[in-house]
Design a protein around this ligand. Structure first.
Ligand SMILES: *[C@@H]1O[C@H](CO)[C@@H](O)[C@H](O)[C@H]1NC(C)=O
Length: 202
């Protein structure tokens, strides 16, 4: 004779094992749907600005969750360090580009998951001051202060240095350079088409 209590337990176990099967089926399926997108950018290169503003940002907004996005913000240039281990970077379009690269790297470091809006906003601007005014104003005063400090000190320069190492290691020669699931992406091709080829979520 099964008591009511036992019946409830059996039902719950049954329910639980079904949930488990559903979960086990769903996990590999879900993982196969996200698309890895890696973009090497440079803060003042016009094609990088076009790619981020006109393709990546709109795609991110209209099709959230599809891209597993990694941005490497440095470009053509070099960093070295002096005897005090202070880093000094030089950037293709000059010191302002290094300033903006630093701010983008700081934004990514402070917001590991949600930084695309900030990075896109900073991209292509003319001065660091313009970036502070235009892109940081909606953040809390404390966060603004942290990002300003990071982007004007060695903290940001060191983050830029890491991005330089990543860029050099990948052997990137033109900017933007983009990889979709590890495959080089031709920038003349629409991003949406390319990413959607790799997922059923579109
Ligand atoms: C995406 O990136 C993750 C982690 O970097 C990796 O494990 C996975 O194999 C990549 N997926 C594809 C389809 O390249």
């Amino acid at each position: 004779m099964i008591t009511l209590f036992q019946a409830v337990i059996i039902l719950q176990l049954h329910y639980f094992s079904e949930m488990l099967i559903i979960l086990l089926l769903a996990i590999p399926f879900v993982a196969a749907q996200q698309v890895n997108v890696t973009i090497f950018t440079e803060s003042q290169c016009p094609y990088c600005t076009k790619l981020l503003r006109e393709q990546i940002w709109p795609f991110y907004v209209t099709r959230p969750g599809i891209m597993n996005l990694q941005i490497v913000a440095f470009g053509k240039g070099n960093c070295d360090y002096d005897y005090n281990r202070n880093f000094h970077c030089k950037c293709m379009h000059g010191p302002t580009e290094c300033d903006l690269n630093r701010l983008q790297n700081c934004a990514m470091s402070y917001f590991p998951r949600r930084h695309l809006g900030l990075v896109t906003c900073i991209q292509g601007l003319k001065t660091l001051r313009e970036a502070f005014g235009k892109c940081l104003s909606r953040l809390s005063p404390r966060t603004q202060q942290k990002l300003i400090e990071c982007s004007t000190t060695q903290t940001g320069e060191l983050l830029s240095y890491y991005s330089m190492v990543n860029t050099h290691r990948a052997g990137v020669r033109i900017w933007p350079t983009m990889y979709v699931n590890g495959v080089f992406f031709d920038r003349n091709y629409p991003v949406e088409t390319k990413i959607c080829e790799n997922t059923d979520w579109c």
